[in-house]
Design a protein around this ligand. Structure first.
Ligand code: FES
Length: 91
């Protein structure tokens, strides 16, 4: 699990993880194609809406459990810290 203390609303969770040099499983460069960058952002912070790419790659069960694609998920608040559980390559 990783914690990002500096949150920039214009950066998705993938970019935040990359600033910490964390391997998230991005194989498509953040275009919503590979579905390999599964994460769970803990604590229910305000995040962007679930995208069509996430609905294609994630099951309803995963979505209900709070799993997101890091490249599709943006924080909506810069005053928060992100705590992120990473499942590289969909594991
Ligand atoms: S990096 Fe490929 S879907 Fe997010």
């Amino acid at each position: 699990m990783a914690t990002v203390d500096f949150v920039e609303p214009n950066l998705n969770v993938l970019a935040h993880a990359q600033t910490l040099e964390l391997e998230v499983g991005s194989r498509c460069g953040g275009h919503g194609i590979c579905g390999g960058d599964r994460v769970r952002v803990l604590g229910e912070p305000p995040l962007s809406e679930i995208t069509e790419a996430e609905r294609r790659h994630l099951s309803k069960k995963e979505l209900a459990a709070g799993i997101r694609l890091a490249c599709q998920c943006f924080p909506n608040d810069s005053t928060i810290s992100l705590r992120v559980e990473i499942f590289p390559d969909g594991q």
